[in-house]
Design a protein around this ligand. Structure first.
Ligand code: EPU
Length: 422
């Protein structure tokens, strides 16, 4: 299995270009199922999760074209040959559940095996299913798969209330409702930028969606959707990861291809700690060496609150600044697995339920650690850059699911990081 060897790298410096967003491109690829012809998605990052989604789409009849050098992906769904995706593929990634809405809307049937993904909590799908049922579908669930059948005449618009905000459920229902008869309202919808990106793509395909990015989305169903061309938004979590890289190494990084609004929460917390975060003409300038850094508290929340995906990288940073910090995780019930790993590197973090108490100002030391999930993996690499000695990060396939050119981008900033295959 491959691993990363990370050395103390001093202050990182230079420029980095952020790739298209993983969590935007996966729903966009899924949405292409809804069109009876060709869609083109641009700035598609080369990621393991994207490769899995490509395989899933091919397995149900999609014809996909993307050469090795191009970031433009062509997806032709003039033929949809199956409404059931291969079990082994679906199990590789939680986002595979996003094909359920489009299949159900276009063909009146979908069967999806229980998806896999990072083990960061129970991650049930009942919100999605309640949404499909509200649109008139008959949903059958067992411990292996979920199957849904549209009523005769197809899905019907409905008023759907989500009792908490969830990204993927909002996306699935938005896609299904685009082809339903009549109007659907999603109340307490999630407000993530990836949802806005998906709504923009669907509207280019001929859908009629208003309010994406707010907690009330209105979808007027249409009879058919056509292919469209769309460029994926920049990855806000990758942006945040490089912001933290500048902060934890007390370095200076210019981050290009960013949407400043999407990283407001992370920027504001970093500024609170004393890190310089400035919007300049070419991007976002982040400097962790301008002044002494101080601790802060963070609490993860749905967008526009502090993102759960940035919780572990931010915690790695907090171990290095003077003072005590509290980190509260409210989105996932099991997203503190990096705590043990950071403690192995000399951090002093104690957890109690969904709270982690970080005693800062610790000098981290290299250790053999395990990337327990995608973002936890990134956090350990960040910690390794600031730690004395060598940090060996195992199970890096998690990291490669979601960060494009991870090693190259870090090396270009002066990081000493090596990928070794065992
Ligand atoms: N949940 C339910 N019921 C549901 C659906 C979700 O209780 O029907 C709960 C889960 O148990 C979990 C929380 O809601 O506690 C978040 O749910 P989920 O795992 O379903 O999140 P998601 O919407 O599928 C997206 C991102 C995640 C990101 C979360 C939160 C994609 C493809 N994934 O997941 O990204 O952490 O939103 O913002 O968009 C990552 O990129 O590393 C990642 C995990």
């Amino acid at each position: 299995m491959a691993k990363f060897l990370v050395e103390n790298s001093g202050a990182l410096s230079g420029e980095v270009h952020v790739s298209g967003a993983k969590n935007a491109v996966l729903p966009l690829m899924s949405a292409s199922i809804l069109a009876g012809d060709v869609s083109v998605i641009q700035e598609v990052p080369k990621l393991r999760d994207v490769a899995v989604m490509k395989e899933i789409l091919s397995s149900i009849g999609g014809k996909l074209e993307q050469d090795d050098t191009s970031e433009s992906l062509k997806i032709d769904f003039s033929e949809l040959t199956s409404t059931e995706a291969d079990e082994n593929l679906v199990k590789k990634m939680r986002a595979s559940f996003l094909i359920m809405g489009p299949l159900l809307a276009r063909k009146g049937h979908a069967k999806v095996y229980m998806p896999g993904g990072c083990v960061i909590g129970a991650r049930p799908v009942e919100l999605h299913l309640k949404g499909f049922e509200a649109l008139g579908a008959d949903v059958v669930v067992n411990d292996k798969f979920t199957e849904a059948f549209a009523p005769p005449g197809g899905l019907k618009g409905a008023r759907i209330y989500f009792y908490f905000q969830n990204t993927a459920a909002t996306e699935n229902i938005m896609m299904a409702a685009s082809l339903a008869e009549g109007t659907t309202y999603i109340e307490n919808a999630a407000e993530e930028p990836e949802i806005v990106d998906l709504a923009n793509f669907l509207n280019k395909m001929g859908a009629s969606i208003k309010g994406a990015g707010t907690d009330m989305i209105k979808i007027d169903g249409v009879k058919a959707l056509h292919g469209a061309k769309h460029t994926v938004i920049p990855d806000r979590i990758e942006t945040g990861t490089f912001m933290l890289a500048a902060a934890i190494t007390r370095g200076e990084i210019l981050i290009k291809n960013i949407v400043p609004d999407h990283v407001r929460a992370v920027a504001s917390k970093l500024r609170e700690c004393g890190v310089t975060v400035e919007l300049v003409d070419e991007g976002l300038y982040v400097n962790g060496a301008d002044r002494p850094l101080v601790s802060t508290g963070i609490k993860t929340l749905p967008y526009p609150g502090f993102p759960t995906d940035m919780q572990s990288p931010f915690m790695a940073f907090l171990t290095t600044v003077e003072g005590d910090s509290t980190v509260i995780e409210t989105v996932f019930e099991n997203r503190f697995m990096h705590v043990n790993e950071l403690n192995r590197m000399g951090a002093n973090i104690r957890t109690e339920g969904n709270r982690a108490y970080v005693q800062g100002g610790k000098k981290l030391e290299g250790a053999k650690v395990r990337a327990t999930d995608l973002r936890a993996g990134a956090a350990l690499v960040l910690a390794g850059l600031a730690a004395e000695g060598t940090t060996e990060v195992d199970e890096i396939y998690h990291i490669e699911r979601g960060y494009e050119d991870f090693v190259k981008k870090f090396r270009d900033l002066g990081a000493i990081i090596l990928r070794v295959d065992e």
